[in-house]
Design a protein around this ligand. Sequence first.
Ligand code: TEU
Ligand code: CA
Length: 558
Amino acid sequence: MKKKWWHDKVAYQIYPKSFFDTNQDGIGDLRGITEKLDYLKNLGIDIIWISPVYQSPFVDQGYDISDYYAIDPAFGTMEDMDRLIAEAKKRDMYIVMDLVVNHCSSQHEWFRKAVEDPHGKYGNYFYIKEGKDGNPPCNWRSYFGGSVWEKLPGHDNLYYLHLFAKEQPDLNWENPELRQEIYKMIRWWLEKGIAGFRLDAIINIKKDLRFQSFPEDREDGLSSFTCELEQAEGIHEFLQEMKEEAFAPYNAFTIGELFDYRPEELEQYIGDDGCFESIFDFSTHLLGSDPRGWYAFTPVTPEEYKKAVFDSKHRTWKTGFMANIIENHDEPRGVSHYIREEDLNEISKKMLAGITMMQYGLPFLYQGQEIGMSNTVFSSIDEVDDISTIDEYRNAREQGLSEAEALKAVAGQSRDNARTPVQWDASENAGFTSAVPWRKVNPNYKEINVAEQEGRPGSVLEFYKELIRLRKNPVYQEAVVYGEEIPFRESEENLMAFYRKGREKTLLVLANWQRESRTVEIPLEFDRVLVNNTAENTEIENGKVFMSSYQFLILEKE
Ligand code: TEU
Ligand code: CA
């Protein structure tokens, strides 16, 4: 495996609407990001991925783009963007933009022209098909519910494809002209000096053009199109072409968002000649999900988590670096998702921090994770903005759940948990804005906020800093970045432990993922505590270490 400049770095995702508001309109903005660059630098962040800031009607919060060359006024101006890029450069930080090219917005000029003239040039930028006997071309269900086909306005028997919302028409990647438009846009942004892109829903760009129906799998008479994803062949031709024409000339950093990749194709994605630099590791995010919908989710156990991580690291070892996350803007807060509510405190949050930061791969934090932000509370479905949660709520109601049951069932999965404003301090609206914030602040902001944690020994924030410093410390770096991840006492329940075996140093990482304390037997030579998430003075005697509730330790040889 070739070494890359970004392997020893730490990355951070910003969801700009909820990050920091500087003009007091209740919406986070680009200037807000620039103002907080020093905060991020001080935390130890090198690479910043910003969720979409392009012009958008915000049906799916910016993942529906109506102009790829414009900044939405809600976030500021192109000058603000240029300034952010320049200020980041000054601090040796890298800006990564979101590339949303599986679909655009139905307000995009291309789509408007396609509606006007479906048989003309722009009609071929989308998938426009004739219906069958008054029905859509096939029975696939969109990610956000309902058919993937919508009638093309003003045309009786013509439908267009949208795998996500109907306001997000899919772009026809089979059309070379469309592909060239996209590459041109990518080069335009790279020319501005950004470091690269995170590629949204990229697995979806290749379709099985037969558009076959599958057996229905829910009462809506539709079928999940995951079967289609399994059948679609030839994505790598598109991705390699995009790499050659757009990314490679700029040596761009690229990170793919793909859930359904085939393990045997890993090399083609992130190997030395792969089409991307990295992809996100979603192995633990897929746990507990149920084809019936969010309401049927089962909580993830430490044993499942451990197995998923070890399998994934074993699979990727020597091929490439995946990006390790516990949460993002599409997921609930990691601490709420992976730790039982009654056990949630600073110690257990720091344990999860330790586990994720010590994994083989690129650590990728999501805004607010560094202070242990947790899921919010919804008193009714009317408080929910996220299109996906609203659809899952409807699905749960259709399955017979009461309003209260349905809300409870989907609240824990809701994408809005991650989209509440960042909690900067204990002042009104958590210091995010002095106006009415576009999303309600999590009511726990008075206890959980940056100002309270900054400089306080034992805080979640200071623990993240400590772990990041360890990754950057020349003495430990090789082991933390490139050391092989070898499971330790894997069969011991609720113990997540592994070595990071570097060329010279080997570290032993231990996490007691349970409320009960325990004694762990360890090899005699690991007798020095390097990192400890508690204030306890942990002693190691005769190859035995006593671990308290949710304790996390990194040990080394004296
Ligand atoms: O997500 C892609 C994706 O697969 C999601 O549908 C995910 O399964 C879903 O969010 C779970 O509720 C990307 C973006 O990250 C997401 O925010 C967008 O909504 C989506 O693409 C469409 O652009
Ligand atoms: Ca603003």
